[in-house]
Write a protein that binds this ligand. Sequence first.
Ligand SMILES: Nc1ncnc2c1ncn2[C@@H]1O[C@H](COP(=O)(O)OP(=O)(O)O)[C@@H](O)[C@H]1O
Ligand SMILES: [Mg+2]
Length: 234
Amino acid sequence: MDPIIEIGDLSFFYPDGKQALDSINLTVMPGERVSLVGANGAGKSTLLHHLNGILTGRGRVRIGSLEPTKGNLGRIRAMVGVVFQNPDDQLFSPTVFEDVAYGPIYQGCDKGTVQGRVEQALAAVHMRDYANRISYHLSGGEKKRIAIATVLSMQPEILVFDEPTAGLDPRARRELIELLAELPQTMLIATHDFNLVELLTPRTVLLYRGRVVADGATATILGDERLLTVHGMR
Ligand SMILES: Nc1ncnc2c1ncn2[C@@H]1O[C@H](COP(=O)(O)OP(=O)(O)O)[C@@H](O)[C@H]1O
Ligand SMILES: [Mg+2]
């Protein structure tokens, strides 16, 4: 089997000169679920933004057989669904239906297909009855699930999450973890939520100052107090 995500020797500097990624290597196989952990500023979000061409650094990024170059961006974005940390960055239409329909309409789907995709995506996040609700008025946990539906409606093979449980109360957090466990896609999840990591992803990658300092079984990495302490996670 070929990897679905292949990152080789990837480095990235922000325009102000700050180096956020330093020679990152990461390979993810189809169907794998991987957590990306690391202290604030470790480079998690910056790395995720390279997966669908929001940012472009020096080095190799391959999604399936595609590189996220300008000409491929449409196909890459159909393959990689990114769920941002703040759902308000993802929800901007008056109703839930329009938010979830946005991607398939943009992809050129006909009306019937759009309708079907929206129903399917809302069902996947257990929000079937919310199509006519106003996104702006939903709770944090509900907004999060709709944001996930806006990505699922494009039928991506890879789901990328930036701190999906941040800001949710314990119950919404638990429900979200259960929901993610039902989804079949390959997942890469940046998170500080060790509960999520333990329950959801058998593999964990630890970033520190833009470098991968550990990559292995979640139980091994979360069990290594010294590793976590040295890299600002304790
Ligand atoms: N737009 C930006 N301009 C300059 N530096 C940035 C910008 N965004 C993030 N950084 C810096 O890049 C590093 C990595 O940030 P980030 O990827 O957001 O880390 P994380 O998601 O792990 O908290 C940090 O030092 C951060 O301050
Ligand atoms: Mg971040």
